[in-house]
Write a protein that binds this ligand. Structure first.
Ligand SMILES: [Zn+2]
Length: 399
């Protein structure tokens, strides 16, 4: 038995009654087939409706000649009359997104002959895949302007049930994929396509269409868009964020970008001058730290925690201090251990790092003069100090 689709002719219908034609139970889920339904099943890139059947929550609606309503408990038995209630918010979002998609598809087709290959109307935004390699920002803007003009013109959206033999009087955007009885969605003198989805009654209901991004997938371009409530919410969020940033920068929203560019430039200048100052500081810090050297046999080793230097300077600092001590420098720098060996020392920094890796879960390596280990904590560093004698006592570490 074919389920009669009530949403085909009335996408505003949210409450309905129908007789149960069949019930099934599979893997702890209950399947109800009704004689007629207003629930839209997932198909054509549009999500299914959600809502209630006899106050039992609908988990999924599956397409086919018979539309399957999936619930976790039984809705009733064959012959019972059940009451269906469609969730308004989800239906509204689907109607807005689907009509917005038809308008955008037609806008790109009219302006540039871009053909819509696939459509996905998602939870957060909708997207359309076009059969083109590239879409310029000027083209995106022009299509968006045309789409919003169609919204403002408040064009009537009509459902036409006809037959594929009688399509010549309709200006279809693309030929239908099946023959026989066919449902067309006609947007007054602008767009007409065969479609089974739920749509608005007139274009002004969509409020607004905003293209938010594009992606290149498999040599085609996908255009992501917002519309209706979702576009308004997005505008509200962006407005709040930009207003808050403008307040912090004490400028107008229009000047945010210029102020931000200036901040980035200032930041670069500051970094450069800090690096210069740090370079000047290296000799005096080295002199101070050189007094803290410990002797392992006759090998001088310096353990120090040093977070003051920029990451571009720390290696230079580490090598210089090892030379100054004429031994090994082991520095804890943020979450890294940096081991440097003076040229005159027989120990090999990279091999020491390998030995530490084998003893701990720390990962790293390096060459004769300098090596690094990552993901280090202060506890690891303290442990390393206690085990260091053991590490260097095992003979010459040169490769
Ligand atoms: Zn459609």
């Amino acid at each position: 038995m074919k389920t009669k689709r009530l949403y085909y002719t009335d996408s505003n219908l949210l409450a309905f009654k129908s007789r149960i034609a069949e019930v099934r139970e599979e893997d702890n889920t209950h399947i109800t087939i009704l004689e007629k339904t207003a629930f839209y099943p997932t198909s054509g890139g549009q999500q299914n409706d959600i809502g209630m059947l006899n106050n039992i929550e609908i988990l999924d609606v599956i397409d086919g000649d018979e539309i399957l309503h999936i619930t976790s408990s039984a809705v009733g038995k064959v012959g019972d009359i059940v009451a269906g209630q469609i969730d308004f918010d989800r239906r509204q979002k689907n109607r807005h997104q689907h009509s917005a998609q038809h308008i955008l598809s037609q806008a790109f087709f009219r302006l540039y002959e871009f053909v819509t290959m696939s459509v996905h109307l998602g939870e957060k935004y909708g997207n359309i895949e076009f059969d083109v390699k590239d879409i310029s920002s000027a083209q995106l803007q022009k299509a968006e302007i045309l789409a919003n003009q169609v919204i403002r013109e408040n064009r009537k959206v009509e459902v036409i049930i006809t037959h594929t033999d009688h399509l010549s009087k309709h200006n279809l955007r693309k030929p239908p994929m099946r023959s026989g009885e066919i449902r067309l969605i006609d947007i007054d003198d602008f767009e007409c396509t065969a479609c089974g989805g739920t749509h608005v009654n007139s274009t002004s209901e969509i409020l607004l269409i905003k293209i938010i991004s594009t992606e290149k997938i498999r040599g085609r371009v996908t255009v992501n868009f917002l519309c209706g409530e979702q576009a308004l919410n997005d505008y509200r969020n962006r407005f709040d964020i930009s207003t808050a940033i403008a307040k912090k920068l004490t400028c107008s929203v229009e000047d945010i970008e210029a102020h931000f560019d200036k901040l980035i430039e200032n930041n670069k200048t500051l970094k450069r001058s800090i690096t210069t100052l740090q370079k000047d500081l290296i000799p005096s810090i080295i002199d101070k730290l050189a007094n803290e050297v410990e002797l392992f046999g006759d090998l001088p080793v310096l353990f120090a925690e040093e977070n003051r230097f920029d990451k571009n300077l720390i290696n230079q600092f580490s090598l210089e201090i090892a030379e100054k001590c004429n031994g090994i420098a082991v520095l804890l720098y943020n979450d890294k251990i940096i081991i440097s060996c003076a040229k005159s020392v027989e120990q090999h920094a990279g091999n020491l790092a390998k030995k530490i890796s084998a003893m701990t879960s720390l990962k790293g390596g390096g060459n004769k003069n300098i090596a690094q280990l990552g993901g280090v904590t202060s506890t690891d560093f303290d442990l390393l100090k206690t085990k260091f004698a053991e590490l260097i006592s095992e003979g010459n570490n040169e490769t």
